[in-house]
Design a protein around this ligand. Sequence first.
Ligand SMILES: [Zn+2]
Ligand SMILES: [Zn+2]
Length: 224
Amino acid sequence: MAEDVAAMPERAFAQYLARLKREEKDIAELDHVSGQVCRNILKALCEANPEFHHQARICLWEYGRLQDALSHDSPEDALRRPNVFQVKTGTKRKADESVPELRTCKKCGWGFLDEFNKSGEACCSHPGSLVVDPTSSTWVGWEEDDHGPKDSEENRKLWPKGFRWDCCDDAGDEREGCQNEWHEPVPTKKQRVSEAMATWRQRKSILKFRKTDKSAGPVDLAAE
Ligand SMILES: [Zn+2]
Ligand SMILES: [Zn+2]
């Protein structure tokens, strides 16, 4: 999934960086539309895609946990903290700003808040891979000549029950993982752009060094 920036030829790198910057700009546009437009977009995405709907529910649940945690504060603390969800007329902007940012985890794919990523047990994922379970009822009558190979990415999505996790032997549709760890946030586009630029600068300085070093052979950027 992650591109190896350091190994990219110059042209491919330039295209990659341009794509990242375009995506960063697209996502940042959401900061400039109203909350209602964001809600409409979110609802349309949830209607169209069951996986998206599932993820959105988890994110909502995570914010719900935060609200619970805040409401168990001492009364003085509760008064000092703005309510996460209820937006009163005239205080909308203030209430919106108080909502902490949600991140998505690289390992389990769930949305999470930093508030609940402190125990080192927040993330529950399978470190292994999904392998075909030949004993699963999913495959009764499945002829590979007619239906195609059982072992395919499409089948993993459509028929998870036909697979098992090779890390713990759990059924493939068992979303709760067998390994507890920290959630690891997916880097934002902004972070990826600055990481890519840093790698690029490093490569440029190696190139400069090679050019001044007569003993070195011709420079092959793609091989760096
Ligand atoms: Zn597992
Ligand atoms: Zn996680």
